[in-house]
Design a binder for this molecule. Structure first.
Ligand SMILES: [Mg+2]
Length: 107
């Protein structure tokens, strides 16, 4: 999958969501909702990592790789909603960040 595929999917998803539920909130509220969703998904990913490490209560169920993969995807998707909402050049932003990291840690 390419970034452009994800961007197209998220724009389609947002349009579907707005049509089904209406879009009567402001950009500020939408961004706060996105941040809330990211927080929720990071928590779900943390639960999967704890299961992977055998540090989760038995009542939470067994570790399953596909559940961990789902939660990683959820974090990426939830985070990407901000990228799409603000129309950020993700390729440029990621490239610039990777260069910063390389200079700090390895070069
Ligand atoms: Mg999730």
């Amino acid at each position: 999958m390419q970034f452009s595929d994800l961007q197209h999917f998220l724009k389609s998803f947002q349009a579907f969501h707005n049509e089904k539920f209406g879009n009567n909130s402001s950009e500020d509220v939408d961004l706060l909702m996105n941040m809330t969703k990211i927080t929720e998904e990071v928590g779900e990913l943390a639960e999967q990592v704890m299961k992977y490490q055998g540090r989760q209560r038995n009542a939470k169920g067994e570790f399953n790789l596909s559940d961990l993969e789902d939660e990683i995807a959820d974090v990426i998707i939830a985070t990407s909603m901000i990228w799409v909402a603000l129309d950020i050049d993700l390729n440029g932003a990621l490239g610039a960040k990777i260069e910063k990291i390389k200079k700090k840690r390895w070069m």
